[in-house]
Write a protein that binds this ligand. Structure first.
Ligand SMILES: *Cc1c(COP(=O)(O)O)cnc(C)c1O
Length: 440
């Protein structure tokens, strides 16, 4: 039996804040995925946030939501964990930036390296976009080749070389290729479907001796969640090696999430280069790229590949990252993330079936990241994801919201489980999911 409709949460203050913000920022937001356009709410707008605590976000009107966005990935411990806040405070009292090296950078790098041994040397930067942009330059500098190969629906940040068939944000807004990306840049970016090794081999053969790197989200989050089929990642490593191209695992989303060492640990692959971000900064702006020593020694001041950043290795971000990884990188946490993820998957399947949507919904999940596709399934690449019923997803999103659960406002995004979610939150999600599916 569907529950009676909950009262619409009042959003008066958020609406007002949004109308002000729209005068200043394109779409009222400072990153397009924060807009609620793709769930049919461009005009009423997103809620504005007052604060976050644990598993919850509280909006300006005092409504509370179980948060499955987690700042789009970083907040795997939940909002505002006490020890991370304390570490940021302690560092802030000593200064927020020096433009000189600190031991915090070395300590965080050691932690990262222990989790991801492929990072023989690394560089800290301030975002995931910076990490991928510089990793690609290093790959080009190292190989002396210009082309790169990426996968349809994989997102590697908002820079020219990778804004070609780039998933989520772009897909959400129906602009597969951004305006303003020079043709000369885009022509060096080859794209093939995810999970299609034959297409990879074909593209490499057709561009023999010209491809510097293959870059991939080893588990995709930015088309919604897509899982690598058995043998796909191994096949990529093989194909890259044979072609003399570098393999870059973009683990900005999956790093420290799917396992302490991310997807490379989970699937047992050692990429040539790795990019990180999101969880790494514990909610502060931070990214990293790194990999084989002989490749990273090409980076300035040792080598000819230039890369720099005024706030790179920022002490506040280093402190937050260290405190986060200290709390996070324990076996029992990954067991808990898997268990909570599995339970939420079960709850969602049951709720979909109860509302008669069992056959219209496909849930893809890897550990603590998942997507509910309004698609009969299987969803194994970007084309499949795009065939989902986005309007139905929009109604599902609105239904959840009304019942106190905040999902990513797009069919093409991953939802995230965090360590602050417990039995109480699961119960709330179960009730909301039953109601939301019934209202789709
Ligand atoms: C989020 C993301 C990026 C970009 O990171 P920003 O910090 O937003 O620049 C790059 N790659 C992947 C896989 C991501 O999920």
């Amino acid at each position: 039996m569907p529950k009676p409709r909950a009262k619409e949460p009042s959003m008066t203050r958020s609406r007002k804040a949004y109308q002000e913000a729209r005068k200043l920022f394109p779409g009222g937001v400072n990153s397009p995925v924060r807009s609620w356009r793709s769930v049919g709410l461009l005009d009423s707008g997103p809620f504005f946030v007052l604060r976050g605590k644990g598993a919850y976000l509280v909006d300006l009107d005092g409504n509370r939501y179980v948060d499955f966005v987690g700042s789009w990935g970083p907040l795997i411990l939940g909002h505002n964990p006490g020890k991370v806040v304390a570490a940021i405070r302690k560092q802030a009292a000593r200064g927020s930036s020096y433009g000189c090296p600190t031991e915090l950078e070395t300590r965080l790098a050691r932690r990262v390296q222990k989790a991801m041994p492929a990072m023989e040397m690394l560089r800290f930067v301030s975002s995931g976009s910076e990490a991928t942009s510089h990793a690609l330059r290093v790959a080009r500098g190292f190989t002396g080749r210009e082309k790169i190969l990426k996968f349809e629906g994989c997102y590697h940040g908002a820079h020219d070389a990778v804004l070609v068939k780039a998933g989520s944000g772009a897909a959400t807004f129906g602009v597969p290729d951004s305006a303003g990306v020079p043709e000369g840049v885009a022509k060096n970016t080859l794209t093939v479907p995810y999970n299609d090794l034959a297409a990879v081999r074909e593209a490499l053969a057709a561009n023999k001796g010209q491809v510097a790197a293959l870059i991939v989200e080893p588990v995709v989050g930015n088309s919604g969640t897509l899982l690598p089929e058995p043998g796909f990642l191994e096949g990529l490593a093989d194909a890259a090696k044979q072609a003399g191209a570098l393999l870059i695992f973009d683990e900005v989303m999956t790093g420290f999430r799917l396992a302490p060492g991310g997807a490379q640990e989970r699937y047992g692959i050692r990429p040539d280069l790795v990019t990180c971000g999101k969880i790494l900064g514990g909610g502060l702006p931070c990214g990293a790229y790194g990999g084989r020593r002989e490749i990273m020694e090409k980076v300035a001041p040792l080598g000819p590949v230039y890369q720099a950043g005024t706030l790179s290795g920022n002490p506040l971000a280093m402190a937050a990252g260290l405190a986060t990884l200290e709390l996070l990188l324990k076996k029992e946490n990954y067991k808990q993330l898997e268990a909570t993820g599995a339970e939420i998957e079960r709850i969602l399947r049951e709720a979909a079936a109860a509302a008669g949507h069992g056959k219209n919904v496909c849930i893809n999940r890897a550990g603590s990241m998942f997507t509910v596709f309004f698609h009969a399934g299987p969803v194994r690449n970007f084309d499949d994801a795009k065939a989902s019923d986005s309007a139905a997803f929009g109604r599902f999103f609105q239904g959840l919201l009304k019942h106190g659960v905040y999902f990513p406002p797009s069919q093409f995004e991953a939802a995230f489980v965090n360590l602050a979610m417990g039995p109480k939150e699961l119960k709330l999600v179960a009730r909301a999911a039953r109601a939301a599916f019934a209202e789709v």
